[in-house]
Design a protein around this ligand. Sequence first.
Ligand code: TSJ
Length: 665
Amino acid sequence: MRCEAIIRSGTRQTASDITNTGERNNKMEDNKLYDASQIQVLEGLEAVRKRPGMYIGTTSTQGLHHLVYEIVDNAIDEALAGACDRIDVVIEPGDIISVTDNGRGIPIDIQKQTGKPALEVVFTVLHAGGKFGGGGYKVAGGLHGVGASVVNALSEWLEVFVHKNGSIYHIAFARGAIVRPIEVVGSTEKEGTTVRFKPDPEIFEELVFDYDTLYRRMREQAFLNAGLNISVEDRRPGKERRDQMLYKGGIREFAAWLNTNKTVLHEDVIYLSGNRGDSFAEIAIQYNDSYNETILSFANNIHTSEGGMHETGFKAALTRVLGDYGKKNGVLKGEEKLSGEDCREGITVIISVKLIDAQFEGQTKTKLGNSDIRSLVDNIVSEGLTDYLERNPAVARGIIEKAITASRAREAARRARENIRRKNALEGLSLPGKLADCNERDPALTEIYIVEGDSAGGSAKQGRDSRFQAILPLWGKMLNVEKARADKVYGNEKLAPVITALGAGIGEDFDPSKLRYHKVIIMADADVDGSHIRTLLLTFFFRFMRPLIDGGYVYAAQPPLFKLERGKTVRYAYSDDERDRISAEMRGEDGRGRVEISRNKGLGEMDFHELWETTMDPERRILKRITLTDAIKADQIFTILMGEKVEPRREYIEQNAKYVSNLDI
Ligand code: TSJ
């Protein structure tokens, strides 16, 4: 497949050579021709080795994995042509990759234009990616649309076995140059292609493949290509693993899989598809009862994370279809209207389009620019979804009611925000009663400790430096943010004081320049309850005050794990290692006597002096800055812990039983 394009660019090179060398049939001239193109080949691949970044983006671990995608994409092209139905990817010992398909085998016959076997041309002629002619859809080959020759140029060695016409053909290269020309090495009844390669340590900073990275990518490709059997196997010693993926339902199964652990509004995944000319689009939709929207879109099997015309067409049609349905069936009253966001609350959608000549735009070239795809997807969804809703009134009612509830909740949230704004304007900022504020007014110099429990709150208030440290104790019932819409969050007795104390608003209104403190420190015990409150706050910040996390304003205080006493000397340790080191130090002072070591019982049981010394004094404390990754992790744990599904919760607790001793949920 890919070699059609390669051969075509080879044609172009040869054509100019022909004008230079004159008569084509002359044997000597033919050799010259061969030499000339050979030189071009080497120059081409040398360019790849000189500037690998231009061809694969980066020589980091990401670039390393990109090599595998390039090869696999070629095998997927064969599957798209209907000529193969299985692809096996193996990480061999020594981080060698092998990719095998059961397609027709790369052609080995001599190309008239180049005088070389197609198999050789595929791996030695650098071709520009992107435009592929001929029948069928061509994957534009990962991020940059370049092919097998680039992988070859960047491999210490690469070899290919082609099973075809009853024979096994073999060819081998080193850093892009042929070291063994094509020869028959055996006989076979099968057909297919195997490519084995070892990435070049002269090029890549990192040579170790990550199984999960490859596995996830291959799983995605298996979802996108219904009926294609893909396996991934790790044969490195100690890492042995194998996964086999085959999704007969394709993107229907993709959508359902994304909704695992969620409560779905309708079991049946809505599947719509259609084509116009050479373009094909398919859409799979399944709503769940959450408030999140998950839209994954693809063009020619490439994830378009910046969206583009296919997503735009989908969103416009969805909003229109649900609005029309609501009006027609009298569920939308009077002036009531559904916004696009209302219609997408709780939706999980996969949009996959295949087209010739895909235009990738945007910052990371992951935004589909072909405008005719917008109307194609819009038409498919307009007609197909309207029809589906007519035929499935129960599903239709579930979806439309969810959108209407979303619309009303959004309106209520807007009013609640207005109220807070108006109240603040009238009364000035009325701070929560339990907040012990600091004296300093410059937010850049101040910090707020958010503390669970009144007793720890009391010690913190006594122990703090009130010039720049504020304390906010939390009390009241935990709110399940997973199940709560914005309007509930504003009024929640546990979270409302946090919102007012921080002073920067919430949701769309959140404005970090209004923050009253530039350090927001969560202080909780190192036990299960502590981790619960940390998870709650991080999830809350993640969902409703995202810039707070992105801006690096959030920290976790680290109370010491151990207290070490010897006579009148008291010291604290924050890790096992530190405990052992300090204990040895304390013993070493006069060689005799015991060091009393106690596990720290909790914030509430430290007196204010201890709390200041160990956890609050900027000179001595340890603060952990919370990153987006921490917050995402918290959010996922939260979904599992607070969501309605019992099974994933049980699984999570079982898996983490060794860390969590008395989880009470
Ligand atoms: F990337 C690659 F080129 F190295 C590569 C190509 C890697 C792997 C694993 C598979 C392939 C590949 C190419 N599998 N199958 C093909 N098929 C062809 O190249 C092919 C076969 C037959 C015909 C035909 O017209 O008969 C045409 C083509 C393009």
